[in-house]
Design a protein around this ligand. Structure first.
Ligand SMILES: NC(=O)c1ccc[n+]([C@@H]2O[C@H](COP(=O)([O-])OP(=O)(O)OC[C@H]3O[C@@H](n4cnc5c(N)ncnc54)[C@H](O)[C@@H]3O)[C@@H](O)[C@H]2O)c1
Length: 320
């Protein structure tokens, strides 16, 4: 793979990264994945590698190995930086490791991109940076108030991105994902996100476990809409900023359980457990800036995305 004819996806074996790889390859791009498989799974990429063996290459390495990373990024058009330790809970338990991967790792991705002549870096950041501010919806002009080590690392990544845009003329754009869901999302990790956990339990005939009273809210977005935002971000001239990527709709966990119950055709009765520390209470995004600057528009409703996700889980042989 030579010239500017390929893109790099860090974390490409993960949930969001694997969908991004497919979309790029289906658009005729060649893709290099950098992943150490800490949480990524080879099953996420296997169908793509089988279908497009000449367009997708997997580099099994850690983003913190700078020299190797520089070699991978040399001459890439766009670097889509998705690799991270993504669990808030895990960051509370091991903030040093989270900092190492998410801050040092992101800095090394930016350095490798700068030195490799990369045209643009699109990186994943998070709604977590807004913390517990009671202002809703969350908009980009709000001051970040991280309440977990994970959120701190994502915020520092954003600041590095802006600084690299300013002082090294490396165009970067951060996408603040809200709660992403869809096929390929791992339900088995002890840090699994709420939708895959609810779905796998529902399909196994079990009720969902909710930490807290279920009235906490999230802004859920289907993974294909997140991929579309990445592709738009790469094509745009906007840089040195971070943009919200969400549906702009607030949904409580209790409401989510209801919609899921309708899809699986059974009333689900949540089993409530004590709330977890460092978890944000309410979240919903103002997405007008992403609309205005990159023409982003979420296309998938919660019910449609959930339906497609349930269907995917039904085709997997997963144990709960
Ligand atoms: N899923 C969400 O709802 C959500 C919300 C906000 C932000 N994000 C961000 O989106 C990105 C992707 O998240 P995801 O949900 O797909 O998570 P994921 O865990 O499925 O994917 C992360 C990938 O990064 C890889 N990785 C981790 N450490 C690495 C390292 N040191 N070197 C190389 N690869 C490494 C993992 O193996 C995995 O494949 C992350 O940056 C995350 O912080 C996700």
């Amino acid at each position: 793979m030579v010239g500017n004819s390929f893109d790099v996806v860090t974390g490409g074996a993960g949930f969001i990264g694997s969908h991004l790889c497919r979309a790029l390859v289906e658009q005729g791009r060649r893709v290099r994945v950098v992943d150490n498989f800490a949480t990524g799974r080879s099953e996420n990429l296997a169908p793509l590698l089988e279908q497009y063996p000449d367009q997708c290459e997997v580099c099994r390495q850690d983003i913190r190995q700078l020299e190797e990373l520089k070699a991978v990024c040399l001459g890439a058009a766009t670097v889509y930086h998705q690799a991270a330790l993504t669990s808030v809970q895990q960051s509370v338990e091991d903030p040093l490791e989270c900092n190492s991967v998410n801050v040092e790792g992101t800095l090394k991705v930016l350095l490798a991109a700068r030195d490799g002549g990369v045209k643009k870096v699109i990186f994943a950041t998070s709604t977590a940076i807004y913390g517990n501010s009671e202002v809703l919806p969350k908009h980009e002009a709000m001051a970040p108030e991280p309440v977990s080590p994970y959120a701190v690392t994502k915020y520092i990544g954003e600041v590095y991105g802006r600084v690299f845009s300013d002082i090294y003329q490396l165009p970067t754009l951060g996408l603040r994902y809200f709660n992403v869901f869809g096929p390929n999302q791992d339900p088995k990790s002890e840090y699994a996100a709420v939708i895959p956990r609810f779905i796998t339990r529902a399909l196994a005939g079990k009720d969902p476990i909710i930490f807290g009273d279920g009235e906490q809210s999230r802004d859920f977005i289907f993974v294909e809409d997140v991929v579309a935002a990445n592709l738009r971000a790469a094509r745009s001239d906007v840089h040195g900023k971070s943009l919200n990527v969400a549906c702009g709709q607030q949904c409580t966990l209790n409401q989510l359980v209801e919609v899921l119950g309708e899809i699986v055709g059974r009333k689900l009765t949540p089993d409530y457990h004590p709330a977890r520390p460092a978890e944000v209470r309410h979240s919903v995004a103002d997405i007008s800036l992403a609309r205005e600057l990159i023409g982003f528009e979420p296309a998938t409703s919660l019910a449609e995305g959930l339906g497609r996700t349930v269907q995917w889980f039904q085709n997997q042989k997963l144990e709960v």
